[in-house]
Write a protein that binds this ligand. Structure first.
Ligand code: PMP
Length: 401
């Protein structure tokens, strides 16, 4: 056995012995025949149909027929690929139109598109910071931010999750080039105190950088995300906002939004941008169409809000313990990773698919079911989901036992 093969085998064995091996399953997903008759998001796995409470497709746009048509038209018009990196010939009027649209919506001066939120966060952190910088980040920020910061060489200080006080203490002690948080936290579903954090950053001359992956499309009155939410609260605002198109917009790609100087700086220096094939123009046109579709159909966001309210109320009545989340992300903390997998499996046997999230994605001892709501869930779907949760958690002896 070669040394590398032996290393891989040893690492996989170690993961397997802790019950932490991950595997993929190829699902059969297809749009409903009649969108109006759409009976909740479902997929088929090994011949069995599952009700999906684990997708980030909060507005149900990924299967929207009008957007499939928009993608088809855009592919006909622009081709199916960008053909080059952006600084060669990969940047087109479709990309520019999306950037301009996003700037108008979010109130930022300029935008830069990436193929994924992971690369957008990585590029931003690595390009903006270096070993001279100290950066503060919430304890629960996404892996892409942490990886990017580690690669940047900056000194990273973490503050207690959502604690403005904790962040303030660190800022007073160390100063910082920037403070980084998420708008809606991907695993807890709670919302950062953005207005307070923006005031704090202004006071200390630090930038506020917000990973708005789970906020853009659903956060704020019109779903315009982190900066708009600050503006609604008359707060100072967000200096840099990273949004992704793979969550509420139901498609793919991401954007960094900020000042013209920042975006020009990234264009000239961000290696992920310079040396990678640009997002396809068809995908840029699709993200623009999806954003417009969401704005033109406010009943989707209203329906999601209603579904969140219905789900949390039914869980309260059924004594299913939730975290304090008012968003589409609704975790049920189980604690033990093996028990979490067993509970998720029992739910699957009832036809309900929820995410089972274990360390290292979440802190040790906080393995959980991560349920997510969609505008497309029906009242019957939500009632079924809560009844199944209640039954399985009772059989398992309660979430924390
Ligand atoms: N930030 C957060 C908070 C996320 O949850 C994710 C996706 N899991 C990303 C960034 C990365 O976005 P993308 O899926 O577009 O790579």
């Amino acid at each position: 056995m070669s040394p590398l093969t032996a290393k891989i085998a040893a690492r996989q064995y170690a993961l397997a012995s802790q019950g932490l091996l991950r595997r993929r399953q190829a699902l059969a997903v297809s749009p409903p025949a009649q969108p109006q008759a759409c009976a909740g998001p479902r997929f088929v796995l090994e011949g069995k149909s599952f009700l999906n409470f684990s997708s980030n497709d909060y507005l149900g746009l990924s299967l929207e027929p009008a957007l499939a048509d928009a993608l088809h038209l855009a592919a006909k018009r622009y081709g199916v690929g960008s053909g080059a990196s952006p600084l060669v010939t990969g940047y087109s009027e479709a990309h520019q139109a999306l950037e301009q649209h996003l700037c108008v919506l979010t109130g930022h001066e300029a935008a830069l598109l990436f193929c994924s939120g992971f690369s957008a966060n990585g590029a931003l952190m690595k390009t903006l910071f270096d070993a001279q910088d100290t950066v503060l980040a919430d304890k629960l920020v996404h892996a892409s931010v942490i990886d990017g910061l580690r690669d940047s060489g900056a000194t990273l200080k973490r503050f207690l999750h959502n604690s403005t006080e904790g962040a303030g203490r660190l800022l007073a002690r160390h100063g910082a080039a920037a403070l980084i948080t998420e708008s809606v936290f991907s695993m807890d579903g709670d919302i950062a105190p953005l207005a307070e954090l923006s005031a704090l950053c202004r006071q200390h001359g630090s930038w506020l950088i917000v990973d708005d992956a789970h906020g853009f499309g659903v956060l704020g009155e019109q779903g315009l995300g982190a900066n708009a939410l600050c503006q609604e609260a008359d707060a100072a605002g967000v200096d840099v906002q990273v949004i992704t198109f793979g969550k509420a917009l139901g498609c793919q790609g991401a954007a960094v939004l900020g000042s013209r100087e920042l975006i020009d700086f990234l264009v000239s220096n961000a290696r992920e941008y310079i040396y990678s094939t640009a997002l396809s123009p068809a995908n840029a046109a699709l993200a623009l169409a999806a954003s417009r579709f969401a704005l033109d159909n406010p009943q989707l966001l209203a329906g999601l809000t209603e579904n969140i309210g219905c789900f949390t109320r039914l869980c309260r009545e059924a004594k299913v313990p939730l975290l304090a989340s008012a968003t589409a992300i609704q975790p049920v903390i189980i604690g033990d990773a093996t028990k979490t997998m067993a509970v998720a499996q029992a739910l699957r046997e009832l036809g309900l698919w929820v995410g089972a999230i274990r360390p290292p994605t979440v802190p040790a001892g906080s393995a959980r079911l991560r349920l997510t709501l969609s505008a497309r869930h029906t009242r019957a779907d939500i009632e079924f989901c809560v009844a199944a949760l209640s039954q399985v958690l009772t059989q398992a002896g309660g979430p924390k036992s």
